[in-house]
Design a protein around this ligand. Structure first.
Ligand code: DQA
Length: 236
């Protein structure tokens, strides 16, 4: 399968349709995915391992594919060793336009990063906080570390709870991130509103789900998120 090219550009919001189980991977049609999103995320950690060898994502050949084998401490499936996660990603690399690796796993995953570099596949360095909101200086430091590690973008998903006062500073952080692509999203009750706001001020990868299973608390369906982002863009 030829890989679809993917351009990550600061201020150009793309909608990611995330698939978080084998049933949805089977059920979602390529047409449905193309209508709902700009690229598809396959959560390799959440798939039935017996289906991975069949590469069932190949039906989405028209769209760029992002592969993620998330570690448990950042919201991934339980019981996968780093080796298991690397094996799952390697099984998908021929089809990958982008790979997600937690910034915190970058040193353990050095050989995988080398393989990505050899094949010219970009990666996004991710960070998830399910318990609170990191300070802006902490986020800036992580974004800088992602860039230094060679990631094409930095992505942070943060449990906002009802901390409405955090929306402004986080939006400003994004707006000031300059030419390095940054992706930011809230989780929890403020997830929907944060995702539209952050896309509006430049978040590059904006996640919603395909099928019927959100892959993060408060996530919109990809189609609704895409429509909402388009509506605010039209409103200027
Ligand atoms: O890291 C992310 C972002 C996410 O956690 C979200 O908040 O939408 C969903 C995950 O599937 C993805 O890998």
């Amino acid at each position: 399968m030829a890989r679809s090219p993917l351009v990550l550009e600061s201020g150009r919001p793309l909608v990611v349709g995330s698939i978080g189980n084998s049933e949805n991977l089977e059920r979602v049609s390529p047409e449905e995915a193309s209508e709902a999103c700009d690229l598809v995320e396959i959560r390799l950690d959440l798939l039935d391992p017996n289906t991975i060898g069949e590469k069932p994502w190949r039906k989405f050949a028209e769209l760029p594919l992002l592969f993620t084998a998330r570690c448990q401490t950042e919201g991934g499936a339980a019981g996968l060793t780093p080796d298991d996660r690397v094996k799952r990603v390697l099984a998908a690399l021929d089809d990958a336009s982008l790979v997600d690796i937690e910034l915190a796993s970058a040193s353990t995953m050095r050989p995988l990063l080398g393989e990505l570099e050899k094949r010219g596949i970009p990666w996004v360095a991710s960070f998830h906080d399910f318990h609170g909101v990191p300070s802006i200086s902490e986020l800036s430091a992580r974004s800088k570390a992602a860039r230094q590690a060679g990631a094409a973008a930095f992505k942070a998903a943060i449990e906002l709870g009802w901390r409405m006062e955090q929306l402004g500073p986080l939006a400003l952080f994004l707006q000031r991130s300059g030419d390095y692509p940054v992706s930011l999203m809230g989780m929890g009750p403020l997830a929907p509103v944060s995702r539209v706001l952050f896309a509006q001020v430049g978040s590059v990868l904006n996640y919603g789900y395909l099928g019927n299973a959100p892959t993060a608390p408060g996530q919109w369906s990809a189609l609704r998120l895409k429509e909402a982002i388009e509506s605010v863009q039209k409103a200027g």
